[in-house]
Design a protein around this ligand. Structure first.
Ligand code: ZN
Length: 300
């Protein structure tokens, strides 16, 4: 999966340190609307990029930004990643980097999760998670005052003395594989750009366990009762500020699917042999694909 870049390589402890020219610069298209495009240089193989590079702090500073404009994010081994501290202003001056055939471009964060090296995908979605959190916490939700970064830990602190501190927001959600013998429920979302085969999924509600989320979401989305709810694995997925928990379960009673048409376009019992045809080249970077392949291979 995308987080499997090697034990101990990813260090996300916050440090109050300044950027240097050789550090990696993470630059998102910084507008107040949701936009997860990241500045990257891509090497294309047909219509899909298969390799990516991110700019350095030094390169971005050539465009008129200063090293003080960057916030420390995390490190992967000895490479430090910094976020350009611009949330609501247009990113001006970047034409120097984006001109020409070999120039940088703003690419979707999800695009980087499919390219090499894999650590850039992990860096991109984790950086986006932090970027999104920083930009929605510029002002205090309690008193309206200006928020500033805490000096010691990853937290935003109100400057007006109301005492409000805001820590990074992580949204727990479940990815759910409902089994019935050699078949599993797969779905396609209604009204979303992603058209691939998905598993059932949903956010945990306040006050419920993850297992209760599984049972509730399956009933809401496809009208099925389930049993044998079993945890499989988790995945940080910063594109949606999520921490995903993967569960397998078995249908309990009727296997007749009743789709929630507002959420799903299709939900159907899918045999292992159909998955085997479709997923033979799967890179298993997402939890969904990893779970489908594990089911396909009768590993669970
Ligand atoms: Zn406040």
């Amino acid at each position: 999966m995308i987080q499997d870049i090697g034990t101990g390589r990813f260090d996300n402890q916050y440090r109050n340190v300044k950027a240097k020219p050789g550090d990696t610069a993470i630059v998102f298209q910084g507008t107040c609307k949701r936009d997860d495009s990241i500045l990257a240089r891509l090497e294309w193989n047909g219509d899909a990029p298969d390799r990516a590079w991110l700019p350095t702090v030094g390169e971005v500073c050539q465009c008129g930004y200063a090293e003080e404009d960057f916030i420390y994010l995390f490190a992967i081994e000895d490479r430090r990643y910094f976020l350009l501290d611009r949330y609501s202003e247009a990113l001006e001056g970047l034409e120097i980097l984006t001109e020409g055939e070999d120039g940088y471009e703003f690419a979707g964060t999800r695009t980087l999760t499919k390219t090499e090296p894999m650590e850039l995908g992990m860096a991109a979605i984790t950086a986006y998670h932090l970027f999104d959190w920083y930009r929605i916490n510029q002002f205090c939700g309690r008193c309206g005052g200006r928020m500033v970064h805490d000096a010691k830990e990853r937290a935003m602190r109100c400057t007006c003395g109301c005492g409000n501190m805001v820590f990074p927001k992580i949204c727990p959600a479940c990815i759910i594989a409902v089994r019935n013998g050699d078949t599993v429920i797969t779905s396609r979302y209604a009204g979303r750009a992603y058209r691939g085969r998905a598993l059932l999924a949903g956010f945990c509600e306040i006050g419920e366990t993850a297992e209760e989320t599984v049972a509730r979401e399956v009933m809401e989305e496809v009208g099925l009762k389930v049993k044998n709810i079993t945890y499989y694995a988790s995945q940080p997925w910063g594109v949606e500020s999520d921490l995903l928990f993967g569960y397998y379960c078995d249908v309990d009673g009727s296997t007749e699917v009743h789709i929630d048409e507002e959420e799903l376009a299709i939900a159907e019992w899918t045999p292992r042999e159909v998955l085997a045809e479709e997923l033979q080249d799967a890179d298993c970077r997402t939890l969904t694909q990893t779970m489908l392949v594990a089911f396909m291979n009768s590993e669970i």
